[in-house]
Design a protein around this ligand. Structure first.
Ligand code: ASP
Length: 591
């Protein structure tokens, strides 16, 4: 029989008078003029336990340590008026104890498990068993669980099959480095861990599975940032006989359901669909944050022959002039404007021209150089009204846009323009198929090599590959890329042309992706899909800023696990069995 009758988050006034048994961890205690209390805590909450029945019992309770695990037998009673705690689910009652049984003693604690005393990250990861006890971490894992169940229910209802794909696969690097697993049976041969199930889900489509999804584990051996982990989870989806709109609709319906099931919010669909080039031109980013305005507008026309020499010479050298409207910021002091100009330079801009729009027109150099008519035209173009501030920057087109995109984000944060709880999704669609590869000087796919070009650009694959637009799309939430996908190539001839454009010859292609290419030759349905970063999504839904706070056992930024000490050397016998020898010094970075 279970040790307990109730959990620690359950008792209400309707239980008053009942005899109960509660089990959990000894949490905050209070000694009030001889009256001794503590909170008993478990995953479900806390219950106040009072020791007022006998002095012996109170003494026994006083001898307990924080985080000892105990069983309390007692009875439920209403708290006296004035002692009610509305913040606590069990705050109207307390349990007056008759008996304490110690189930397990806690050693001296290296960190506090209270939410308001968060330890540093190294301690959190080293003593994860304690860190996980904090209510916030439990709530995060609950949200993660709900998200997983929601995704599974949704796809099941839509007729998808969850198919598990292998972890031990042939090494087919997809952009990042593979994690490699040596084979014991085949010395000198290696498996790799999948960076994503991309090739397998495409084979599933050739296999007639039609609608596949998987909460898929993916592994990438790359340098880590705060929102990256070497192993992570994707919501991986692939469908046959579809086009982009089918993927958008499915993605929107899934997100609607997921947000509702996890945090109870209703989001509006469909999401805005923004062309990739418009996103870069208007927001300085391929992952625009639409929660605030500060849109970028190209303003070359107004500065050509304007007499403003600095901008004119940029335009003469094929650069561009870009403006941003800051509504209601026309009254910033000169000092504040100088500060803006300084941060613009920090982002790599040559400068920032700030132009207040006062009652009597534009101020500063533009006020002097531009006729009243031209000022009116410019303000109309920029949507500016009196009391606003206009900002302009000029330089090489791409670099300036990217710098302005970063400045835009900083301004929104600094001016507090970002609504806290809003979730603003959008699709960014039709990027170029290729981008320059800095290492080789050639081209590399922006998404991956199986992404289809738009039909009208197929001929350009051989003539002007850098100009080809593709059928890829990213899902963006609040300025963060949540995932991406594409309609795939299902014609082996087009696939060969794409490989050629990225300098992969037939032999190389066969060596790396032969099994997919072979499969594609046996009758392939047009297909497409998407993969969404599940961890990052949960992080945003939970309102956390570190991905490590929504993963039970994450790695540090040098890919180690501080709890179990992975990665670790293996002994010589294991190495010999694998036919491996370690050359050189072992490099054991920690933290
Ligand atoms: N497999 C791709 C990735 O992980 C996404 C996709 O195209 O579905 O980025």
């Amino acid at each position: 029989m279970a040790l307990r009758t109730h959990n620690c988050g359950e008792l209400k006034t309707k239980n008053t008078g009942q005899s109960v048994k509660l089990a959990g961890w000894v949490s905050r205690n209070r000694d009030l003029g001889g009256l001794y209390f503590f909170d008993l805590r478990d995953r479900y909450g806390k219950t106040q336990i009072v020791f007022d029945k006998s002095e012996d019992l109170a003494q026994q309770a006083r001898g307990l340590h924080t985080e000892d695990v105990v069983l309390i037998e007692g009875s439920v009673r209403n708290r006296p008026d004035g002692m009610i705690n509305r913040q606590m689910a069990t705050g109207e009652v307390e349990v007056t104890a008759d008996r304490i049984t110690v189930l397990s003693r806690a050693a001296a604690l290296p960190l506090s498990v209270e939410d308001d005393q968060e330890p540093n990250e190294e301690l959190k990861l080293r003593y994860r068993c304690l860190d996980l006890r904090r209510p916030r971490m439990i709530r995060n894992l609950e949200i993660r669980h709900k998200a997983m169940q929601s995704v599974r229910r949704f796809h099941d209802e839509q007729g998808f099959l969850e198919v598990s794909t292998p972890f031990l696969i042939r090494s087919t690097p997809e952009g990042a480095r593979d994690f490699i697993v040596p084979s014991r049976i085949h010395h000198g041969s290696f498996y790799s861990l999948p960076q994503s199930p991309q090739l397998y889900k495409q084979v599933l489509m050739v296999g007639g599975i039609d609608k596949y999804f998987q909460l898929a584990y993916c592994f990438r051996d790359e340098d880590l940032r705060k929102d990256r982990q070497p192993e992570f989870t994707q919501i991986d989806v692939e469908m046959s006989f579809v086009d982009e709109n089918d993927v958008y609709e499915l993605g929107e319906a899934m997100m609607k359901r997921l947000v509702k099931d996890t945090i109870g919010l209703e989001i509006t669909t469909p999401f805005l669909r923004i062309n990739y080039f418009d996103a870069v031109n208007q927001y300085g980013s391929d992952a625009p944050d639409l929660r605030y305005k500060l849109r970028i507008r190209r303003a070359d026309e107004y500065f050509k022959d304007s007499g403003f020499k600095a901008f004119e010479s940029v335009l003469d050298n094929n650069g561009g002039v870009f403006g941003i409207l800051a509504e209601g910021k026309g009254n910033l002091s000169r000092k504040e404007r100088e500060k803006l100009e300084e941060s613009a330079r920090d982002y790599g801009l040559a400068g920032l021209l700030t132009v207040p729009f006062a009652e009597d027109g534009l101020k500063g150099i533009i006020g002097k150089l531009f006729s009243t008519e031209k000022q009116t035209e410019l303000c109309k173009y920029m949507n500016a009204g009196s009391g606003d501030l206009l900002m302009f920057a000029a330089g090489p087109v791409n670099d300036t846009l990217i710098a302005l995109g970063r400045l835009r984000r900083q301004l929104a944060q600094g001016w507090d323009l970002i609504p806290d709880k809003e979730l603003k999704f959008c699709w960014v669609v039709n990027p170029p198929l290729f981008e320059p590869d800095e290492e080789t000087g050639g081209l590399t796919p922006v998404h991956h090599a199986f992404t289809a070009p738009i039909d009208s650009d197929i001929d350009k694959l051989t003539t002007e590959p850098e100009k080809v637009i593709c059928r890829a799309y990213d899902l963006v939430l609040n300025g963060v890329e949540m995932g991406s996908g594409s309609i795939r190539i299902h014609d082996p001839e087009v696939q060969r042309k794409v490989f050629k454009a990225i300098n992969i010859n037939r032999d190389e292609a066969n060596k790396r992706f032969g099994f997919l290419l072979e499969a594609l030759s046996f009758g392939t349905p047009p297909h497409g899909g998407i993969a969404l970063g599940f961890d990052r999504l949960v992080m945003m839904l939970a309102g956390e800023s570190s991905i490590r706070d929504i993963i039970a056992f994450p790695k540090t930024n040098v890919a180690s696990s501080l709890m179990d000490g992975a990665p670790s050397p293996i002994d010589d016998e294991q190495l010999a069995e694998l036919g491996l020898k370690i050359i050189g010094k072992q490099n054991n970075k920690t933290a």
